[in-house]
Design a protein around this ligand. Sequence first.
Ligand code: NDP
Length: 471
Amino acid sequence: SKADIGLIGLAVMGSNLALNIAEKGHTVAVHNRTTSRIDDFVATAKEQGLEEKVIPQADLKAFVDAVAKPRSIIIMVKAGGPVDDMIEQLLPMLDEGDAIIECGNSLYSDTQRRFDYLKPKGIGYLGVGVSGGEEGARHGPSIMVGGAKEQWHNAETVLKAISAKFNGEPCCAYLGEGGAGHFVKTIHNGIEYGDMQMIAEVYGVMRDGLGMEPKACAEVFRKWNQGPLNSYLIEITAHVLDAVDDETGKPLVELILDKAGQKGTGVWSAIAAQTLGVPATAIEGAVAARSISSRKDEREAAEKVYGARHAGKADISLEDLEKALLAGKIVSYAQGFAVMARASEENGWNLPLAEIAKIWRAGCIIRSRFLDQMSAAYQKTDTVNLLMVPDFIELMKQNHGALRKLVAEGALGEFPLICLSSALSYFDSYRQAQGTANLIQGQRDFFGAHGFEIVGRGKDLHGDWPSTLDN
Ligand code: NDP
């Protein structure tokens, strides 16, 4: 008999997804360019008692033939050129109505291009964001589906079966046409950058401002994990802070070099926000912070020039730190979701914001109690910006004072808070009915005759500016 689904690419992610599919009782045909990986995979499947659900095929044509029609074929190969190569190889072997389901970390504009390319050929293209790393892939990731709706229904049962569950509900949903799934995954990663950076900034204040040892910090994060900040990232932060190096007996975190890596999705989300004209300062701050972190030599040189900052005392309670982190998080999520709302309008995706918050509640890196609150709140309203959603207005009112206090302490105590201070500035700009762009418009008209508006008098007005200047 034929396989329910096919999967190409048996590296870390692909092999775990394939085992997950088999475990959920679906037959999966598997293929990999390098055949030794297929043998390794079959051996693992045997160890796990899943070999009966696996059809290994070293020949691509035989692999395609092993999948039941209309075919659903997952590709989980390296993002970029290899995906295009795979599509070209598969194309002559597929029949109308078949689907290619690409589950890597692809740039959404590439996904859109591939979708548009395959549509007239009668091949459904699905670009699917998968979050949760290796563990998630094996036991239940969050799955963000975009692309050909008709073909989605052919693969829906399998994809929902392998996804994470939150209170029994699958963390897998169809979000929109073309590049919608990969776009949402990109913003997920941007938000993830923001969450991680804000946690790191708060850790910095604990370490340098409150003089706390890693163990003591871990204790605080463990406690916070019982409250409104309850989330995977807070939980793992406590574990990272708790870990001890076997060789020296020192806290591991103090030995780890303070240079953060990045693979590009954070940058993509910041670029998307800028291109769409939606402010996402928390995400941008988090990306910038990683870039600054990677310039260790420059930072060392600058510290010599400006002097080490005062290892000052921060005058802030742990309770206020918790509240500040919550306020920063609300702003960051407000920004991320506003970017998705705008992209949805621009691309005609009709992205379901409440549903997105729902499928992020389990399986993915940013899974949290907060997202459960968010999905519930978005279900009750059409409001796009989280800062204007009733339940969150209350939360923000209760917590922005603490964020303010933290940012003030950071400024005076010389603790960098790129992400948290950007979040606060955004909040203060967003809630300011009378801004300062009147002056910008005056300046623009002065040097470029760009015109300005005066309510009651009209648009495209000009000032009578002096023609001679000192400069
Ligand atoms: P890699 O990104 O390391 O890719 C390796 C796989 O791609 C191998 O199966 C390899 O085949 C195949 N491949 C590479 N080039 C080609 C080609 N030209 N033609 C055919 N096959 C090719 O694997 P991962 O499992 O780490 O990731 C897969 C995708 O999932 C990536 O897009 C990644 O960004 C994404 N992702 C990864 C996560 C992770 O935690 N690792 C988390 C979420 C998403 P061969 O064995 O023959 O070399």
